[in-house]
Structure formats: structure tokens, C-alpha cells
Design a protein. Structure first.
Length: 328
């Protein structure tokens, strides 16, 4: 058997950058960590849990804000050694897909679900008072799962194949971060949201599309982000999503940007903590006049984490996996 000839390496040649995001536990500021030694070989469309595929990016741009300065002494003053004066990093990009998550990331603040309104509710920019939510049946003959919601027969007529739903608990006065699976908003008091029992479902990321209405419940097109529903969760129909210019909450997520090289190599840019640093902005790209594709512009600031290998405070991990048989 012949030994493959070593290939002289070149710089990575890639077409586009692929994005994956995962939740940060906002109460403990614990990010989702990507360890290339364990997961670098995943398929493009099948990232390891809990990473979410956000598709291909346009105008990906990452910048280092770290500054290294010289410390001088003597006469004449000469630089004797260097220190890192400041450290930081930013990332910007355009999302080609409009989804609940990409809109939230690009919008930066609280991101809301447009819940189906109650009859006669007053008009409001982010949606008026919602109609009631329906309890999810747990422990029935047809079990509820992350992809199937068992409902009472009388409630099935409220839903149709292709419709959207939000699944989460009632708001009962809790403060702090709210939202199952992902921190969707931060509440200081019940009065700030009018003690609205539907508020958690109004902001939750635990949303899905109904693929089919069966005799016993709702078959979802994709699993719920928060997993199998628990006691107290209800389902509620929604029409779409809305974000706002303004608001006090700042989105924070873990991010992974991947450049897949044409020669079999790959570059991974892992930002454990990214916070949004601008409001809703769009960018138009002409497909063929008069058609424009509208993309979501987003910008983020990296926050530090501690690398447990040596205790250093860092903002990003850049990992390069060479192509097979290239010289190193």
C-alpha cells in the first residue's frame, strides 16, 4: 500500500461562514462550550446539542480590540517589555435567514411572539392582550414529547397544520430571568408586565411550527428548544414575531462560526459569550431587479470567560483543523 504524498498547505479557501448559537445560563453566566477535540467532526446540518444551526452568513467580520503596549524606562526611554493594556473582541455579520433566533440576535433586546389576540383586545405595537392558552396533557395514553403535544380533544380545533405555537409556563409574578430553555427577558416586578399570565409565552424561545393535528394532539415540525414540556406548561397559538428599537434587556448567547475549507480543512471561531451591541438593522442585496433579498444585520461584543487549562481570561478560541495529509 502506497503512502499518501504530503500536500503543501495553503491558507484556508472557503466559500461562506456557517453560524451556530447556543444558550448562556444568564443566572450563572455559564456559556455553552465548544470543544473542538470532542466535536470538530460534526456534519454542517447536524451540530451537537445544544447548538442551533443559523445557516450561512454574509459579511462576516471579526475584530480584535486588544491592545499591547510597551513599558519604557531609562534615558533615552526605551521599551523594555510589553503588557496587554486592554482586551476585547467584536463580531458582525448578516443573517440570511429570518427566524425567531436570528431576529432576536439582530434586534438585541427583548424579542416577542405575536400571540393570537383575545376578542376585542386593544391594539398594541407588540401585540394586544392574548387569547387563553391551553394546558398540555402529561402522562396520558399518547405521551407528550419534545415533538408532540398531547391536548384535550376540545382544544384541537384551535390549531391547524402550518400554524405556530409558543410553549411555556404561566407568568405568576416571578422576577429575574424568565423563559424555559433560554433566558428571554429580565423582569424586576410583576407590575412592569401588568401581571399578564401570558407574558412568558409572549417572549419565550420555546416555539415551533405545527406539522400535523392528530386525534390526540399536535405533531411539531421540530423539537422544542426546552425539551419535553413539564408540569405547568401550556401551549398558545401565535402569528409571527416582533422586535423593537429600544428595551432594557440585552441578548447574550454562545456562538460558533465555522469556515469549511475546500481542501478538507476547517476553522472554528468559538465565542463563549456574545452580547448584542446594536438595534434592529437590515441590509438589502439585489438578486435581480426589482427583487432584493433582505438580510438581518447583527453586531456583538465578546465578554470574557476563564480557560480552566491555565486560568486566563479570554474572549474567543480560534481552532484550525488541517486537511488530511497536509504538512504541518
Amino acid at each position: 500500500m502506497s503512502t499518501p504524498t504530503a500536500i503543501t498547505p495553503t491558507g484556508p479557501v472557503n466559500r461562506r461562514v456557517h453560524a451556530y448559537f447556543a444558550p448562556v445560563n444568564r443566572n450563572t453566566e455559564t456559556p455553552t462550550i465548544f470543544d473542538a477535540s470532542q466535536a470538530a467532526g460534526f456534519q454542517v446540518s447536524s451540530p451537537p446539542a445544544p447548538w442551533l444551526d443559523l445557516g450561512w452568513l454574509t459579511n462576516f467580520d471579526r475584530k480584535s480590540e486588544s491592545k499591547i503596549v510597551g513599558i519604557a524606562s531609562g534615558a533615552p526611554s526605551l521599551a523594555q517589555y510589553q503588557v496587554r493594556q486592554t482586551a476585547g473582541a467584536t463580531v458582525s455579520c448578516c443573517f440570511e435567514q429570518w427566524t425567531k433566533l436570528t431576529m432576536a440576535l439582530a434586534g438585541g433586546a427583548e424579542h416577542m411572539n405575536v400571540l393570537t389576540p383575545a376578542s376585542g383586545s386593544a391594539a398594541n405595537g407588540s401585540g394586544g392582550a392574548a387569547g387563553g392558552a391551553q394546558p398540555i396533557v402529561l402522562g396520558g395514553a399518547t405521551p407528550t414529547t419534545a415533538s408532540f403535544l398531547a391536548l384535550a380533544t376540545a382544544n384541537l380545533a384551535l390549531y391547524a397544520a402550518g400554524s405556530l405555537v409558543a410553549v411555556d409556563v404561566d407568568y405568576v409574578g416571578q422576577t429575574g430571568f424568565v423563559g424555559s430553555g433560554v433566558s428571554a427577558a429580565y423582569l424586576k416586578s410583576a407590575t412592569s408586565v401588568n401581571s399578564d399570565p401570558d407574558y412568558v409565552r409572549r417572549v419565550t424561545f420555546n416555539v415551533a411550527r405545527v406539522q400535523q393535528v392528530t386525534a390526540t394532539g399536535l405533531q411539531l415540525a421540530q423539537p422544542l428548544l426546552a425539551g419535553v414540556p413539564v408540569t405547568g406548561m401550556k401551549v398558545q397559538p401565535l402569528l409571527g414575531f416582533v422586535d423593537r428599537e429600544g428595551g432594557a434587556f440585552i441578548q447574550e448567547w454562545s456562538a460558533l462560526f465555522v469556515m469549511y475549507g475546500e481542501q478538507g480543512d476547517a476553522v472554528f471561531f468559538h465565542y463563549p459569550r456574545l452580547q448584542a451591541m446594536e438595534g434592529p438593522t437590515e441590509m438589502a442585496s439585489t438578486l435581480q431587479k426589482p427583487l432584493d433579498r433582505v438580510m438581518l444585520s447583527a453586531a456583538f461584543r465578546a465578554l470574557p470567560v476563564t480557560d480552566t487549562n491555565d486560568g486566563q481570561q479570554v474572549f474567543c478560541f480560534r481552532t484550525y483543523v488541517p486537511a488530511p495529509f497536509t504538512t504541518i
